[in-house]
Each structure stands twice: as C-alpha cells, then as structure tokens.
Design a protein around this ligand. Structure first.
Ligand SMILES: [Zn+2]
Length: 257
C-alpha cells in the first residue's frame, strides 16, 4: 500500500479528470493521499475532497507565496477547518525566497511564526515548504516547533547533513519526484543518510512529475516511482519502502488503520 503524503488533488489541473483519477486510485495500491491547501480557498476545497473521497485526507494552511493576502481573520477561518475529522495537519506553511515577487522575507517569517504557534495550540502536525531559505526555516522551526510539534519537511531538497539535524530534532523527511532526476545527488545522499523509519513519500502533483514521466502532468499515482527510487538507492525491496512509508505517513497524520 502507498500513501502520497503531499499532493494538490483539488488543483485546477485535475478539474477535467478528477473522477477518472479517483477511479484509478481506487483500483491501485495507492490507499491514501493528503490534499494540501495553500490558502483558505484551496484548504476548503481539500476539506470538501476529504469528505467526498474515502482515500483523501486534508491539510489546511497558507503557502509562503500566498501570505501577502493573509489576515488574522482569514487565518482563523482556515484553522477552524482543523476541527473536521479528516483534516490531519496544518500546511503547507514555510518560507520561499525563490520567487522575486513573493511576499518579503520578514512578512513570510512573521506568518510562519504565527502559524506554528497556532498549530502548536491545536496540537496539529505541520507540513513545511522551504525553498532557498534553509537556514531561516531551520532556525524558526528549531525555536518554535521541533521537539514540540510533529514536523514534516515536504519535497525535501536540502543537504543530507541538514536532514540529519531535522531528524535528530524529531522531524520527518518527505521525498518527491525530483529524486528521479539526474541532478538529484543531494537527495540521494539524504536518502542514504536518513533511516527508512523517518522517510515519507509524496508527488506534490500536479507539479514535479518523476522520470519517466517528466514534463507530463503528474498525478498521485506516480508516488510509486518515488518509492521505487528509494528502494534502489537503499538497496532494499520496493515492498519494504512502500510499507514503511505508508506506516510512517499514517503515524505522522494520526490515521489509525
Ligand atoms: Zn505542495
């Protein structure tokens, strides 16, 4: 069984094929997916999908690229959704310094701190996005979350050494499709450095399709390629990776099976 720990199943990219995709998921090894919100609207869509599809869980939050529009009231409405029994975490939240037109760094950091404090108050696990912001993300998480709140580093692309530090402080590391790309040296080293019991797998679909489907639309079904790549890197069986990452995801999101 497989668990796609981070995807955007309710993204517009799936609007004309979602039912078809749902049927394919039901007849595959993919048992669960987590649909991740990036603002209030997408968080609400994720909750609606979790109600409609038995294989879907929802994560609600504000992506760092979106926090320029965030207000205390919108945040309160978003976190209110956490009461729903199929909402299993707060996310995605974090820091993204990659895009020049993103909200300025100070504002991103301010909202990340606020989101972490409120998630801790709710006892919610958090799914963290970080891009070109490794040092600041680690410092803020270390100060406010690591060791207190369950933390999942989504689509991890940092160094193996940093991954070790995250794991030492209790975080889990989620590996996505780019591990199958030719330039994935750092992620390969991370997989070698991190125990299977601390790894989750994801697609971040409809983005980031893995090889051999790179350039095409990605779907949650392709999480299988990520599991196969991890098995190859660790020299263990695909089944072992699938089973362990499934268990790790259920445990992280508090899903009893
Ligand atoms: Zn995402």
């Amino acid at each position: 069984m497989l668990f796609d720990s981070h995807c955007h199943f309710t993204d517009e990219g799936f609007d004309d094929c979602r039912e078809e995709l749902a049927e394919k998921i039901r007849s595959s090894e993919l048992k669960f997916i987590a649909d991740i919100g990036t603002d209030l609207e997408t968080s609400r869509k994720a909750v609606a999908a979790a109600e409609k599809y038995e294989f879907c869980y929802a994560v609600v939050g504000w992506h760092p690229s979106e926090v320029g529009r965030l207000t205390d009231d919108l945040l309160a409405q978003t976190l209110e959704l956490y009461k729903h029994p199929k909402v299993v975490a707060v996310g995605e939240i974090g820091l993204d310094y990659h895009w020049e037109d993103n909200p300025h760094r100070g504002l991103q950091q301010q909202w990340l701190r606020e989101l972490l404090l409120q998630a801790a108050r709710l006892g919610a696990p958090v799914c963290v996005h970080t891009r070109d912001a490794d040092g600041d993300t680690f410092d803020i998480l270390k100060e406010l979350a690591l060791g207190k709140t369950k933390v999942l580093m989504h689509c991890y692309s940092g160094s193996a050494e940093l991954a070790r530090q995250y794991v030492k402080l209790g975080a889990k590391i989620s590996i996505a499709g780019p591990v199958t790309y030719k330039n994935a040296r750092k992620t390969v080293e991370t997989i070698q450095a991190v125990d299977l019991s601390d790894l989750l797998i994801e697609t971040d679909s409809p983005y980031l399709a893995p090889v051999p489907l790179r350039g095409k639309q990605n779907t949650p079904l392709n999480v299988e390629y990520v599991a196969r790549k991890i098995a190859e890197i660790k020299g263990i069986s695909y089944e072992e990776v699938a089973e362990a990452t499934f268990r790790n995801a259920c445990e992280f999101y508090g899903i009893n099976i």
